[in-house]
Design a protein around this ligand. Structure first.
Ligand code: CTP
Ligand code: ZN
Length: 156
């Protein structure tokens, strides 16, 4: 099909930074929220949402310039995007490619949906969730978040 390339959205390669690839379609904005990127930090961010993928059908891609992600940040992404690959790019070359791994617990990044939970009272208590088979479980009240974990991100 001669006109196919015109229909493809191509995001530029980056010189230095992190490419998060194979993100579950539609989760790119939640990935940015986990990373604490709102756009006013001034770094270059490119987002592709629901782009065609051989492996996943459709996927999201996030490219963050001049920032390399820590293992902890990467692992939390696994809750939203278990298939994600994290590529560290230096001088235009991929120098490291990591798969995300499910962490054992997630501290400070999620809010508990139970309004009576101590983490939602005006107390100096940081949220903590244990990662269980079917989601994440609040260590304070036992509430389990199974779906839409991205809706329970603590605002940075
Ligand atoms: N990438 C980029 N800028 C660079 C190098 C790579 O934005 N300077 C992006 C590519 O567009 C791709 C991702 O980083 O989305 C991984 O690059 P690469 O490992 O070269 O691609 P693949 O071999 O297709 O990776 P995979 O097998 O993980 O799909
Ligand atoms: Zn709770």
């Amino acid at each position: 099909m001669s006109d196919a390339p015109d229909r493809e959205l191509r995001i530029s390669k980056i010189r230095d930074g992190t490419v998060i690839d194979h993100i579950t379609g539609g989760q790119a904005l939640n990935v940015l929220a986990i990373l604490g990127i709102g756009g006013d930090e001034g770094m270059g961010v490119s987002i592709g949402m629901n782009v065609p993928s051989d492996k996943l059908g459709t996927k999201d891609v996030v490219k963050v310039e001049d920032r390399e992600l820590s293992q902890g940040e990467v692992d939390v992404l696994s809750l939203l995007a278990p298939e994600a690959t994290v590529n560290i790019v230096r001088e235009f070359e991929v120098v490291e490619k990591k798969r995300v791994e499910r962490p054992g617990r997630v501290v400070g990044l999620l809010t508990c949906p139970n309004h009576n939970c101590i983490t939602n009272a005006d107390e100096p208590v940081e949220s903590a969730f244990e990662v269980v088979d079917d989601g994440v479980r609040c260590e304070f009240c036992g509430e389990i978040v199974r779906e839409d974990i991205g809706d329970h991100l603590a605002v940075h």
